[in-house]
Write a protein that binds this ligand. Structure first.
Ligand code: ZN
Length: 424
């Protein structure tokens, strides 16, 4: 184990040396720059990184001993992370809608949980090592003062829209929320550079300067996104949250040990050679590459994490910089308790549709049959309205509802439907 620890430290030193070689090629994300930022203004950063590495190694070793990494898929075993999105815009420019905000998180959740459309198409060579992580990123519905919120904050600021100035000044408590900052451009102007994130650091969390930065032009799908519906680049968010959970690029340290600190990702020189197109299974470092890995730079075929990466992220969730986020107490405080966090944003199935969503004055719940009961809950699970004699087209007056996320349950004879809607 001591040998592993020194290997890990050696790897960190390699990473830090890499700072001097920041690539000039526009890329989805720059790990070197992240490491540089990570070290800035935090004198304990190196010690923290080494301590985290030791914690993660020990945690994974215990996981393997206990066989506990075979977590079941029921929601009680799921890690839930409350999220707040800070959107920086200039008038309409860069002002993404609530739907687009949610769609970025939907991509993240699907990817993390192995529910992405191309999960089934992973290269057979990596079929045995691909793995999902039971984690759900939930838009907070309670703000730090205990008030209802949509989980999306807007700031009309022409400089901060360009990621200039102190965006961290708007942070919500980093111990309670994953803060995602969404300027229009993370690099000050249009470029291929999309996003960056910070590795776990208790020092940064205490200073309230942790989080993910992401260009709104590639955040999910919608009017203010440059991406076509379903375009894979939206999965850069999954890559960034991978960093936020202490994953490195699969090409970290090239062909040299300890690579990306994960045993089952093949070593690769990766990176820039794979930005264009999908070259999965080409040779690098004498072995087949895992170009479909979220932590590669290939953005046309992002499909999977490996079991080793999932173990590492699971360990990172238990670091002091991350562990309070998913505590039951915090989920109740942020409106992300497990009974609500996994409910889909928009319900439109064969039993019902709900519109408009988001709503201002009225919400219509249209049903295929007359239900027994409709119940509306606020973000902390309190019943705020119950209708025991509803019609097939039910009109709910929300004029006096505070802006925020609400949940509904429609009970039929032998089934029930749940969903959520937003009041602006
Ligand atoms: Zn990266």
């Amino acid at each position: 184990m001591i040998q592993r620890y020194f290997l890990a430290l050696l790897g960190l030193l390699f990473s830090i040396n890499g700072i001097a070689q920041i690539s000039k090629t526009p890329l989805p994300c720059s790990d070197d720059a992240i490491m540089k930022r990570q070290l800035e203004g935090n004198p304990n950063a190196l010690q923290e990184l080494a301590a985290n590495e030791l914690f993660i190694r020990n945690f994974i070793q215990n996981l393997k001993l206990e066989g506990a990494n075979d977590r079941s898929h029921d929601s009680s075993a799921m890690y839930i992370i409350p999220v707040v999105l800070h959107v920086f815009h200039n008038g309409d420019d860069g002002m993404i809608s609530l739907e687009q905000a949610q769609s970025g998180l939907d991509v993240l959740n699907a990817d993390m949980q192995g529910l992405n459309a191309d999960w089934a198409d992973v290269d057979p060579a990596f079929e045995d090592v691909k793995a999902p992580l039971d984690v759900q990123f939930c838009l907070a519905s309670i703000d730090p003062e205990g008030n209802p919120t949509t989980g999306v904050n807007y700031y009309d600021d022409s400089l901060k829209m360009l990621n200039e100035g102190d965006l961290f000044a708007h942070a919500w408590d980093n111990f309670k929320y994953l803060n995602i900052y969404i300027p229009k451009y993370t690099g000050g102007e249009w470029s291929l550079f999309t996003a960056y994130a910070y590795y776990p650091s208790i020092g940064r969390v205490e200073a309230n300067i942790d989080g993910v930065f992401y260009s709104s032009i590639r955040w999910g799908y919608g009017e203010h996104s440059d991406l076509e519906d379903g375009q894979e680049w939206a999965s850069v968010v999954t890559h960034e949250v991978g960093h936020w959970l202490d994953l490195r690029h699969t090409f970290e340290n090239g062909c040299s040990a300890p690579g990306d600190f994960v045993d089952d990702t093949p070593p690769t020189t990766g990176g820039t050679i794979e930005v264009e197109g999908c070259f999965n299974n080409d040779e690098s470092c004498g072995v087949s590459t895992n170009g479909e890995n979220y932590m590669d730079y290939n953005h046309d075929c992002k499909k999977m994490f490996t079991q080793g990466q999932v173990d590492r992220m699971t360990a990172a969730l238990h670091l002091p910089a991350r562990s309070n986020l998913w505590s039951e107490e915090n989920l109740n405080a942020t409106g992300c308790s497990s009974s609500f966090a996994t409910i889909e944003n928009v319900a439109d199935n064969n039993m019902l549709s709900i519109y408009p969503n988001p709503a201002n004055d009225f919400v219509f719940i249209e049903l295929t049959e007359i239900p027994e009961k409709i119940t509306i809950y606020n973000s902390i699970g309190e019943v705020i309205m119950m209708e025991t004699n509803p019609t097939k087209l039910y009109q709910l007056n929300v004029e006096n509802y505070a802006a925020g996320i609400y949940f509904y349950q429609v009970d039929f004879d032998d089934s029930s439907e749940k969903g959520k809607f937003i009041v602006e």
